[in-house]
Design a protein around this ligand. Structure first.
Ligand code: MN
Length: 195
């Protein structure tokens, strides 16, 4: 369960290059996420939500600024903590690999279905790999700042397809950004989120 705070990056700001540049990290983590954290902290101050976890706020807040900013704090914490320096032929292993194969057929089929969800999401939002109440893996899309916990799912891996996530590095080429992102996923971190 997460407090309203900046996640500490487990890598250097240039570690994800060339997939995600230092400049993008400086804006996306340093400016966008900092702003969501600051805004959420000020919105819940002196309310009954002040001592709730970010996950609880996302699950229960009515549509509006608190929900939007809490969703983005949760989304970006999961996002920035799930990456590592680029690795070729970067694949999951163990229980996560088995669950992906069971749900989607193969890792290649999963990547194709996830990329399809990410590229067809209209406007700003996120694509997610989550675990449902039965433990099965599912791919879902969330508009704007929502998160799978809103629907009772356990989010494992999310890709930000707001333009601020990739425009400095890939401009309008969202599909190319998604294809490149597979090299930087820390599948051990993703697997650690399985329940
Ligand atoms: Mn973002």
């Amino acid at each position: 369960m997460m407090n309203i705070a900046m996640p500490v990056l487990p890598y250097a700001v240039n570690a994800l290059e060339p997939v995600i540049s230092e400049q993008t990290i400086n804006f996306h983590y340093g400016k966008h996420l900092q702003n969501y954290v600051n805004t959420l902290a000020s919105l819940v101050k002196d309310t009954e939500l002040a001592d709730k976890s970010v996950e609880e706020i996302v699950a229960v807040a009515p549509e509006g600024p608190i929900f939007n900013n809490a969703g983005q704090v949760l989304n970006h914490a999961l996002y920035f903590l799930q990456f590592k320096s680029p690795v070729k032929d970067n694949v999951p292993s163990g229980r996560l690999s088995e669950a992906i194969n069971e749900a989607f057929g193969s890792f290649e089929d999963f990547k194709q279905q996830f990329a399809q969800a990410s590229t067809t999401l209209f406007g700003s939002g996120w694509a997610w790999l989550s675990q449902d109440a039965d433990g099965k893996l599912v791919i879902t899309k969330e508009g704007n700042g929502s998160n799978p916990v809103r629907h009772g799912l356990n989010p494992l891996f999310g890709l930000d397809v707001w333009e601020h996530a990739y425009y400095l590095d890939f401009q309008n080429r969202r599909a190319d950004h998604i294809a490149a992102a597979w090299d930087i996923v820390d599948w051990d971190v993703v697997a650690s989120r399985l329940k």
